[in-house]
Design a protein around this ligand. Structure first.
Ligand code: IVH
Length: 720
């Protein structure tokens, strides 16, 4: 995907988001492989971070689109087969990233909120440099080093024990007071000075020099000959742990300091702080020291200090709730806006893109930047706030500051007013769709009455851009995934005016063969780029999809806000397509049982629910779906896999003022056991957990004969 195809996260349609997440999953996986697996990065660290951040930002906006193979669920790359695998006793997780002071404030706020406390500054955090090396888990049994493993994919790493034993800073034995089982975790790195010396030597010997200390350290560790590792002078900082038979302290700081006493190097810049000001102050202090440190760092890691609180906060799928990495800022550069183009997406969103004079930002050439929407060009943010000074609207000819931060596609931050050319005129946002000429409008938000920031083409199926994007989504990998039928074929068949060839809507794909057979004039096999064999293959591939999993079918319909995950939830909940469609039609009044039931599906919010119901109110959609069902059979959905917890598969509602845990905590715990947590009581509710002061929900549960219990009974049921 070229940068030109990028859209700001705020204005992405769910289809664009899904497509981009698919792209990012593949892109990040291949870079992981190059980076972790082969120690040969193809892109800069900043660019890699940008990919990840873009992925995270999209997932945050579209949680229903999070893919099973999402990079946020994977940590690093799968291990290379050269070393024996070691399964970590506890997974080696990743950290969430934060980029701004506000993000840090949010992180700290979320810790207090999760724990049900007022943000009174009473919780202490540790703050320490984020070392740019590779994480390592080193296991001691009876105080002897028995194994060392790389992170690998987070679950299984590589056994690099022999190599790690050559690292002088890592003790081979622990003192007598250390517990029987200890896994110390931390970062193996190469000092900048050692890296420079090594490269000087390589150069003197006429050999190829290394790219950066991190990859050199990784390469040095993965040597089958441990002597090579030894010669590379790797170093180590301890900052975490896996299994420990007896904790030496009840805080993060205390435990790491114990590691220091046991002989591990610990980072001297690690501090324990409580207020946001102090934490951010330490971040800036570390930033100032960064150029003088003899090791690469790319941010500051904050962790909740008390281990009991860490325990309560627990983990999301791949990262702890009690820690975050505050990254150092992105790089910026100046360039000029040569032109502003408009792209039209599947839902008709018009996205302006700045064509820039090519400029290098952080080692990467940038030629395009997203301008998000009409307001962004003017300098107005999504909530109507000013994002640049009053007259700093973006014009063709302007010199601008571009930034490559988390986003793959760079942002235009600001305009250098002194350099604005004399004749530069304010950009006039189109009132019509540049593709089909239909009116382009900004919708008014039903709830707030405010103008939406997105301008949309009203052409619907008439608009070639929307219709083709729709078809491209339909045949995409996670939808119908028809082999040999990709974006090129969509464009080809869409453009055709021939009755025996043209494909304007999804059902046309499935009638193509019949129409071809009936036609004597236009035979696909006679058209350039096709041929007998490939035509047969194409028809076979199409026929193969005449039966399809219900969740894929629903996802393929391209209902706004319904990504892969939501489609799965719907498929699982309704079981069959007929049941789903019937329920959606019944829910059309946005009231009644069917509507309630839809809203009760965990993971489906009101915006999504509305979008689905709206989709089924549109006769054109019903017509397309109807014709599609003449050709295709959605299979009934599989049942939810059971786990051994007694609450697995149960729908639980929490009500009243909970005293033993916060609502977030209760929800996270229940979901981790395989339960579904709903917001309101219905016939589908299995258990109502009522804290003190429970009111109408408790009454309703009793009325419906739903099992009710208090917090203690719930804890007993789930095993404390
Ligand atoms: S704590 C459960 N502390 O960053 C969290 N990680 O993106 C365990 N890293 O895999 C990690 N310096 O390789 C932690 N001071 C530090 C770190 C650090 C570098 C790396 C580590 C980890 C990755 C997370």
């Amino acid at each position: 995907m070229s940068a030109a195809n990028q859209t700001p996260v705020e204005t992405l349609s769910e289809e664009q988001a899904a497509a981009e997440l698919a792209f990012l999953a593949a892109e990040i996986a291949s870079n992981d492989e190059l980076y972790h697996g082969k120690d040969q990065p193809a892109i800069s660290d900043a660019e890699y971070d940008a990919l990840k951040r873009r992925n995270d930002a999209i997932e945050q906006r579209f949680p229903e689109l999070i893919r099973d193979d999402s990079p946020s669920r994977r940590v690093g790359a799968a291990p290379l087969p050269t070393f024996a695998p070691i399964t970590h006793s506890r997974p080696m997780l990743s950290l969430d990233n934060t980029f701004s002071d506000e993000d840090v404030q949010d992180f700290i706020g979320s810790v207090y909120r999760f724990l049900g406390q007022l943000p009174d500054g009473s919780i202490a955090f540790t703050a320490e440099p984020k070392i740019d090396g590779l994480s390592m888990s080193i296991r001691y049994e009876n105080r002897k080093l028995v194994s060392a493993a790389t992170r690998g994919d987070g679950t299984t790493g590589e056994n690099v024990t022999a190599n790690v034993k050559t690292i002088k800073q890592i003790p081979n034995t622990l003192p007598a007071d250390a517990p029987d089982i200890v896994e110390v975790r931390g970062e193996v790195y190469m000092a900048k000075s050692d890296f420079l010396a090594l490269n000087a030597q390589m150069e003197a010997e006429g050999k190829q020099t290394y790219v950066n200390p991190r990859n050199t350290a990784a390469g040095s560790l993965r040597q089958l000959d441990a002597k090579v590792t030894e010669s590379r002078k790797l170093r180590f900082f301890a900052y975490a742990w896996g299994e420990i038979s007896e904790m030496p302290s009840d805080t993060q700081m205390g435990t790491v300091e114990t590691f220091g006493r046991w002989g591990f190097p610990i980072n001297p810049l690690m501090k324990r702080l409580s207020s946001v000001e102090d934490i951010l102050g330490h971040y800036r202090e570390i930033g100032l020291q960064r150029p003088d440190l003899d090791y690469d760092i790319d941010g500051v890691v904050y962790k909740v200090d008390r281990l009991d609180l860490q325990q309560r906060l627990g983990f999301r799928s791949r990262s702890p709730r009690w820690a975050t990495a505050h990254k150092f800022p992105a790089e910026q550069a100046f360039t000029t806006v040569e032109n502003i183009d408009i792209q039209v997406g599947r839902t008709g969103a018009l996205t302006p893109v700045a064509r820039l004079t090519p400029v290098t930002v952080g080692g990467v050439v940038v030629t395009n930047a997203t301008l998000h929407n009409e307001d962004y060009i003017k300098g107005i943010g999504n909530s109507g706030e000013r994002i640049r000074e009053d007259d700093h609207d973006i014009r063709i000819g302007d010199t601008v500051i571009v930034q490559r931060a988390g986003d793959v596609i760079p942002q235009v931050l600001d305009v250098v007013m002194e350099k604005r050319p004399a004749g530069a005129e304010a950009y006039v946002f189109p009132k019509t769709c540049p593709v089909c000429g239909s009116h382009a409008v900004r919708e008014r938000n039903e709830k707030t009455g405010k103008l939406d920031s997105v301008t949309r083409c009203t052409g619907g199926f008439v608009c070639r851009a929307q219709a083709t994007e729709h078809l491209k989504h339909f045949v995409s990998r996670n939808a119908f995934d028809i082999e040999g039928f990709g974006t090129k074929q969509v464009d080809f068949f869409f453009e055709s005016e021939d009755e025996a060839l043209k494909i304007r809507t999804a059902p046309d794909i499935f009638t193509l063969k019949k129409r071809q057979e009936a036609s004597t004039l236009t035979k696909l096999e006679n058209i350039d780029g096709f041929g007998k064999v490939s035509v047969k293959k194409l028809f076979d591939a199409i026929d193969e999809r005449r039966s399809i999993a219900l969740n894929r079918f629903i996802y393929a319909l391209g209902i706004r806000h319904v990504g892969e995950t939501t489609a799965k939830l719907l498929a699982r909940h309704y079981g069959t397509y007929e049941a789903f469609e019937t329920a959606m039609k019944e829910a059309s009044s946005l009231a009644g049982d069917a509507w309630q039931d839809l809203n009760n599906v965990e993971g489906i919010g009101e915006i999504v629910a509305r979008a689905i119901v709206e989709f089924y109110k549109e006769p054109r959609n019903l017509d397309v779906v109807g014709r599609l069902l003449d050709e295709v059979t959605p299979e009934a959905a599989e049942q939810i896999a059971a786990s051994d917890s007694p609450v697995a598969g149960k729908t639980v509602v929490f009500t009243g003022s909970l005293e033993k845990f916060t609502r977030d905590e209760a929800k996270a715990r229940a979901e981790s056991l395989g339960a579904k947590v709903a917001g309101s009581v219905s016939k589908k509710t299995d258990i109502l957990v009522a804290g003190p002061g429970a009111g109408s929900k408790l009454d309703k549960a009793r009325e419906l004969g739903v099992q009710t219990m208090d917090e203690d009974e719930w804890l007993a049921l789930i095993g404390g």
